[in-house]
Design a protein around this ligand. Structure first.
Ligand code: HEC
Ligand code: HEC
Length: 291
């Protein structure tokens, strides 16, 4: 058959490889970076954000963090709407990364208040006891150099004003990094698109239990909430919590969906059962005792 006719075999094999090459390598060039991929609301980095981005690269944050949400249900539930190619037009170089020692940061902007970031960067362990993320508090001691930043902005061709550059003289590297993190993934209005809808009747499965299990659920509060609401619900970055005054369902919705753009992150990722345990803890742990 064919394998006995070397010339024909060679031609057929070449044709087969060419077809494969065209489909997997050449055609995608026509599919990406088209007008349809451009997103109007995506803006270049400001001078402060761009400097923060350079510090992110210098410190190798991308060795532990990715910046791209893949279009998979589990990822969209955990991080938010999946990444669009048009969101990366001003990323030079892009920082998609490939290793997630820590969580993906593509949708980080607006998830936490600035104060949370300052505290977390200075000492990640103060917020998340078991994290292996290094401390970066020393970044606050390094002042920015507006002349150097001006040169970078000129090379990238991003717009800036001289007032903007002038104001950088009072800022330090931590301010720049936090400004950069608050910009990540916030150029498109993905929060509404990805808001998790809760299906079915909301009923606390632990409402009628005798609450002897509350102590067991304390670690859930310590790991997820304490950094912002304080060890004894007294408040810190977030407000003081008075769980007893709230309905179970109201608590569930706030904790499950978060309060977008007001600094309260969503905890849908914990799963409904754990969220109900936190609800029950916040609502009943306080009652009748001082601790
Ligand atoms: C050795 C790996 C490692 C390095 C390097 C690292 N991180 Fe992390 N990071 C983690 C881990 C693990 C977590 C999850 C626990 C936590 O919040 O600390 C995390 C969490 C975070 C979070 C919270 C994300 C969220 O959605 O809760 C932010 C923001 C963050 N890192 C930013 C940075 C920045 C900026 C840098 C570089 C200056 C950096 N990280 C360097 C491992 C790392
Ligand atoms: C990054 C900081 C942060 C974390 C972590 C956090 N919260 Fe919040 N939380 C906030 C902020 C800020 C608000 C105020 C939002 C607003 O303006 O409506 C808030 C509001 C709330 C409210 C509404 C309070 C009220 O009186 O209206 C509840 C309940 C709540 N959080 C519970 C929790 C629970 C339970 C956890 C842990 C699973 C948690 N929060 C984790 C920052 C946080």
């Amino acid at each position: 058959m064919w394998e006995k006719k070397p010339i024909l075999l060679l031609l057929l094999a070449t044709a087969a490889i060419l077809v494969g090459t065209i489909i997997t390598v050449v055609l995608p060039f026509a599919w990406v970076n088209t007008e349809a991929d451009r997103i109007e609301t995506v803006t270049p980095y400001t001078a402060l954000q761009q400097e923060g981005r350079d510090i992110y690269i210098r410190e190798g944050c991308n060795n532990c963090h990715t910046q791209t949400v893949r279009p998979l249900v589990a990822e969209v539930l955990r991080y938010g709407d999946y990444s669009k190619s048009g969101e990366f037009v001003y990323d030079r170089p892009f920082l998609w990364g490939s290793k997630r020692t820590g969580p993906d940061l593509a949708r980080l902007g607006g998830k936490y208040p600035d104060a949370w970031h300052y505290k977390h960067m200075a000492s990640p362990r103060a917020m998340v006891p078991k994290t292996n993320m290094p401390d970066y508090g020393w970044l606050s001691a390094n002042q920015l150099d507006p002349t150097m930043i001006k040169r970078k902005m000129d090379v990238l061709g991003f717009p800036y004003t001289s007032d903007e550059l002038y104001s950088l003289a009072d800022k330090n590297e931590m301010d720049a990094l936090v400004a950069y993190m608050q910009k990540l993934g916030s150029d498109i209005p993905w929060r509404n698109a990805a808001a998790t809808t809760i299906v079915g009747n909301l009923k606390n499965p632990y409402a009628d239990s005798d609450h002897s299990t509350l102590e067991e659920w304390e670690p859930l509060y310590e790991e997820n909430c304490e950094a912002c609401h304080g060890e004894h619900f007294e408040g810190d970055i977030g407000p003081e919590l008075d769980g007893a005054s709230m309905e179970d369902t109201e608590l569930f919705e706030i904790i499950y969906n978060g309060v977008p753009d007001n600094g309260m992150p969503p905890f849908a990722g914990l799963g409904a059962d754990k969220v109900w345990q936190v609800v029950t803890f916040v609502k009943y742990y306080n009652q009748g005792e001082d601790h």
